[in-house]
Design a protein around this ligand. Structure first.
Ligand code: WT7
Length: 658
């Protein structure tokens, strides 16, 4: 039966905020869910109180559930803004995710059920995954990788991505995963910043039926990245690889397959870097967020267990790519530390059609689904008949992450996908926080659509003004965290000053998240969105400045200003105001191509407005507030008297986008 897509009506940012703030539905978990849940309301209250009143006791208890080669001497050493957790302790995240689980009797349990976009399915039990990771760890050692090195990964979502991450963790090398959608330039920048000697990539990965040739990009990036000595290449698609540099390029199957499947996990200092992950800030180039071993392990272990209420028979699927922090914490480390069965899917949600996710859930009997609002809104747009064709009765819990979820999308997810039976957890956190900070626990708290919820154990958030004054319930303000937590970032790689300034210097003494939020009288936080110049496009974080730099590096462009515009599916769309060099004309397609080349297709502007002038103050500062209003098609409000030439605004507002 043909169906008409239901086009969500465009909303303004204000509509969206109003909808969230006037939302007052409260949806409690069912009695059946509550009866089996790991954490009850009383448990949460008691544990949360202990986590704040006796953090040493609380975190020792959690860490003690995992294996340590040497016990820690001190739980926390906090010298603002630097925290060390489980000081003096030695452990290994891969050992805890694999060896420990095999020893606990999970050897034959499925660890990873991977599905390629082309339909290939590969399954690894915990014992098999351990053997593969041991082989890969031995291979890394043969290639000269030692503890403390950085290894860059540029891979599709294939089992080797998780295997390579765990192999690095096993020997104490920090991985730096670069999302496969990032461009040559972005990849090269990240390799250079990390000074990686080894890059692990694949010939290609499938995306919407076509191979995306990663090796070609890797070769181009290698020309710009002198630190690289070797490139290890997984054969995923069999796509011909044009270039092969003898001595530098090695096939994964040649090097890894012949290794011993025995490897002793290194006893690593709790503060040994586990990974770097680059993310966008409001200024400058992307920051290499540094996470370390012990605290990250404890944080992801605890949150995965409690937020997803993991039971031994769950089949857990987090749809995030390993290129993002969600893929690190909740596709790999958190669930494997909990001996969960993890589903991984390589490809696009709409290949071969918009039923693919529901087909995967039906065939693999997925019980827990964790995905992003942008995906939910895209599914919504294609109508509920599509999921209606599949048996989704295995599902018992749903999660959302990455951006604010509008109440309509929340309700659709709960009703159509969850059959009004599955609690929905809306989890707020960041690359920097390492693990979930605000959420409801599914058996403990009722959900309020559009509102993330309450703090996780050990997390002490509040709302403040820019001046550092604390706000009460009902007020909107800046979301801050008042004390350190185990999985927090430790620094920005190679730039500790930036770490101090961006996160702990904005408002003295507290962690500044970059988000605005409100808190209701039940203590539930509703995230309103970023308050800095960071965009969230389809759950992907982009700095406006990065896109502006990409645009001005084009020969036709003299100046650019980028803002976000509310978008019914993507959350935010990229709108670029561009000034041309004298005598040049604009080729919008070329400008978009250029941004794709500089950053990646995810940053490509949705609308370009060729401008003659930008709204600037007399001191030359661009007033983005007005650009956002123009981009959204809203009336221009606010004081325009500080502008050098207020007439610029009307002119821009009447210029059609290209
Ligand atoms: C930013 C962090 C968390 C992993 C994926 C994104 C936004 C994230 C939520 C949520 C409202 C959210 C925030 C945050 N965000 N989750 N549940 N509700 N906003 O990680 O790329 O580091 O982005 O994503 O604005 O600051 P990230």
């Amino acid at each position: 039966m043909a169906q008409t897509p239901q086009q969500p009506k465009p909303t303004t940012a204000q509509d969206h905020i109003d909808a969230m703030l006037h939302e007052n539905r409260v949806i409690p978990p069912s009695d059946a869910f509550r009866a089996r849940a790991k954490v009850s309301r009383e448990d949460y209250e008691r544990m949360y109180r202990q986590s704040l009143d006796d953090p040493d006791g609380f975190w020792s208890g959690v860490a003690g559930e995992l294996h340590w080669m040497k016990d820690w001497d001190q739980v926390l050493d906090w010298q603002l803004p630097h925290a060390q957790w489980f000081v003096g302790g030695q452990t290994n995240v891969a050992y805890n995710a694999l060896d420990r689980n095999v020893q606990r009797g999970y050897g034959d349990k499925r660890a990873i059920v991977w599905e390629g976009e082309d339909g290939e399915v590969r399954t690894y039990t915990y014992a098999e995954l351990l053997r593969e990771v041991c082989k890969a760890a031995n291979a890394l050692e043969e290639l000269g990788v030692v503890a403390g090195d950085r290894v860059t990964l540029y891979l599709p979502l294939i089992p080797e991505a998780a295997i390579a991450m765990l192999a690095c963790a096993r020997i104490g090398a920090a991985h730096s995963v670069v999302f496969g959608g990032f461009s040559v330039a972005a990849l090269a920048d990240r390799i250079n910043n990390a000074q990686s000697k080894l890059l692990i990539t694949a010939d290609a990965g499938y995306r919407r039926g076509k191979p995306v040739t990663l090796k070609v990009n890797a070769d181009e990036a290698a020309k710009l990245a002198p630190s690289l000595e070797k490139i290890l290449v997984v054969k995923r698609t069999g796509t011909p690889v044009d270039w092969w540099t003898e001595g530098r390029d090695l096939w994964w199957h040649d090097v890894v397959d012949r290794q011993s499947d025995q490897h002793e996990a290194a006893a690593l200092d709790s503060e040994q870097p586990l990974f770097l992950l680059y993310t966008s800030g409001s200024t400058g180039t992307p920051k290499g967020v540094v996470h370390t071993t012990g605290g990250y392990m404890v944080g992801t272990y605890l949150t995965t267990k409690t937020v997803f209420d993991l039971q031994d028979d769950d089949v857990y699927w987090c749809t995030a790519d390993v290129g993002w922090v969600t893929g690190h914490s909740y596709s790999v480390y958190g669930p494997l530390l909990n001996a969960a069965t993890v589903v991984m899917y390589e490809g696009a949600p709409n290949h071969p059609d918009w039923g693919r996710f529901w087909d995967i859930i039906q065939r693999h009997k997925v019980t827990i689904l964790y995905t992003a609002p942008t995906a939910i809104r895209a599914f919504m747009q294609h109508g509920e008949e599509i999921p209606g064709r599949y048996d989704l009765s295995s599902l018992r819990l749903l999660g959302s992450v990455g951006e604010p979820i509008n109440p309509e999308a929340w309700m659709w997810y709960w009703r159509v996908i969850g059959g009004e039976r599955c609690p929905v957890v809306d989890t707020w956190w960041q690359t920097e926080t390492g693990s979930i900070m605000l959420t409801t626990l599914p058996g403990a708290h009722p959900s309020k659509p559009g509102s993330a919820g309450v703090p996780m154990f050990g997390i002490e958030p509040t709302l403040m003004t820019h001046e550092g004054d604390e706000l009460g319930p009902g007020d909107g303000g800046l979301l801050v965290i008042k004390r350190p937590w185990p999985s927090m970032l430790r620094t920005v790689y190679g730039d500790d000053e930036r770490y101090r300034k961006s996160y702990w210097g904005e408002i003295g003494g507290v962690y500044f998240a970059g988000d605005g939020a409100r808190r209701d009288s039940d203590g539930y936080y509703t995230i309103v969105g970023r308050v800095d110049d960071v965009l969230n496009v389809s759950g992907h974080r982009l700095g406006t400045m990065e896109i502006e730099s990409a645009l001005v590096s084009h020969p036709d462009v003299s100046e650019a200003a980028v803002v976000g515009r509310p978008d019914p599916v993507k959350g935010e769309a990229v709108v670029a105001f561009v000034l041309l060099q004298d005598g040049h004309s604009a080729d919008p397609a070329d400008l978009r191509r250029h941004v794709s080349r500089e950053i990646g297709a995810l940053a490509r502007p949705d609308a370009i407005i060729i401008a003659e002038a930008l709204p600037k103050t007399r001191s030359g500062k661009i007033m983005r507030r007005f650009l956002r209003q123009i981009a959204a098609g809203n009336e221009i409000t606010g004081d325009t008297s500080t502008l050098e030439d207020p007439a610029v605004l009307d002119k821009l507002a009447s210029t059609p986008a290209v």
